[in-house]
Design a protein around this ligand. Structure first.
Ligand code: ADP
Ligand code: MG
Length: 361
């Protein structure tokens, strides 16, 4: 087997963990980032720091690698199309074109029979007021470029709408009915080049101020919902012709699942798989894009992942008193408010025997 060289677009912590998983499988990695001194650049010396639209630098990157993947979604189409004309990009850039835009994403989901919250495209204040009257309580979101709750406004009155609209009116907007969910869960699904699908069980996600704070396993939803969530995630992966890893975020409403959003890359809520599974979401991505057989998705431990956001990175000792806690510090130099600095996986109980007993020799 030839040791492939994987190109990773983006230098953040997801890029860092993609690189480390690829390296463990004997692959080489080259990172393309518009910022030096970022987490992925700490784990490889093969780094190109340039603007995402710098064609000369992109060509150099494409020449160095066999396969390209990415760690974030807001990559300019021009960049993706240019790279895809030179080397295989997995997941396919068309998937990003859909998932970069909350309106296209929801239209796609609805078109394949998957339920989402009610939503409307907003292009004027009149539009917003009319739809808000219908939804009563809703969230106005920028259709593109949002993450970690950024660009989102909860609205429940015309007065609030009037106040917020001028701030965002120059952007594409979506209004989503506010969903009174009982829980948020997510599922990570991997699909390889040859079409093999491996799906993790759902984790429950707890957000604080729109940012993921904890992901808990098991999610303690019914077996039926668990199986529905995995079926929906696998269906989406298939319909998108995914090669790579996809995260599907859900709202649990009664005995129904609504898809909140998709991310065609490893996801923060999948980090528990690094220590609780034999193959993490990052291992699966490395395998999927290089057409290796996918690994086991079984969780061998219950427990949870706690994000270390901003100053929380200075509290690590508190977690490390627990011998069953595993720290992942991304090495970022400045602990700005809201910035994801690291995470801790806290393993609770072993769940299943790791392997079948060995046959007697
Ligand atoms: P991001 O790209 O920032 O993760 P999300 O759409 O996932 O954007 O929103 C972040 C969080 O805000 C969600 O995980 C959920 O807790 C809350 N949220 C988003 N949309 C809705 C909604 N329609 N109803 C209720 N809560 C929502
Ligand atoms: Mg989200």
């Amino acid at each position: 087997m030839k040791n492939l060289t994987i190109g990773v677009i983006g230098g953040g912590q997801l890029g860092q963990m993609i690189c480390m998983a690829c390296q463990k499988l004997g692959m080489k990695v080259v990172v393309f980032s518009d910022q030096g001194n970022s987490p992925a650049t700490f784990v490889t010396s093969e780094v190109i720091v340039a603007d995402y639209l710098d064609k000369k630098a992109l060509k150099k990157f494409a020449d160095l690698v066999d396969v390209i993947t990415f760690e974030f979604e807001n990559i300019p189409f021009e960049t993706l199309d240019f790279l895809a004309s030179k080397k295989p990009v997995h997941p396919n850039p068309n998937i990003l074109k859909t998932t970069q835009n909350r309106i296209l994403e929801k239209n796609f989901l609805n078109s394949i029979g998957i339920k989402t919250t009610d939503f409307a495209e907003i292009s004027s204040l009149q539009d917003l007021e009319k739809k808000l009257e219908k939804f009563k309580k809703a969230i106005l979101k920028t259709a593109t470029m949002g993450y970690d709750g950024k660009g989102q406004y909860v609205l429940s009155s015309k007065e609030e709408a009037k106040k917020i609209f001028p701030k965002v009116k120059n952007q594409k907007l979506i209004l989503e009915k506010f969903c009174k969910f009982s829980k948020e869960i997510s599922v990570i699904v991997a699909r390889s080049k040859s079409g093999e699908i491996a799906c993790y069980e759902p984790l429950q996600n707890i957000h604080k101020s729109g940012i993921l704070d904890e992901s808990i396993y098991p999610s303690n939803i019914s077996k039926k919902l668990e199986s529905d969530a995995k079926k929906i995630a696998s269906k989406i992966a298939l319909k998108l012709d995914l090669i790579g890893v996809l995260a599907v975020e859900f709202f649990v409403v009664g005995d129904e699942l609504l898809v909140n959003e998709l991310a065609p890359r490893p996801h923060n809520s999948g980090h528990f798989s690094i220590d609780a599974c034999l193959s993490s979401q990052f291992d699966q991505l490395a395998r999927a894009i290089s057409d290796l057989k996918l690994g086991s998705t079984k969780f061998y431990f219950s427990g949870y992942m706690k994000n270390l956001i901003g100053d929380e990175i200075y509290d690590v000792e508190k977690y490390l008193k627990n011998p069953n806690a595993k720290l992942h510090n991304y090495g970022k130099s400045e602990a700005k408010a809201g910035r994801k600095m690291g995470h801790v996986n806290i393993l609770k109980s072993p769940l299943k025997p790791m392997l079948k007993p060995l046959a007697k020799s």
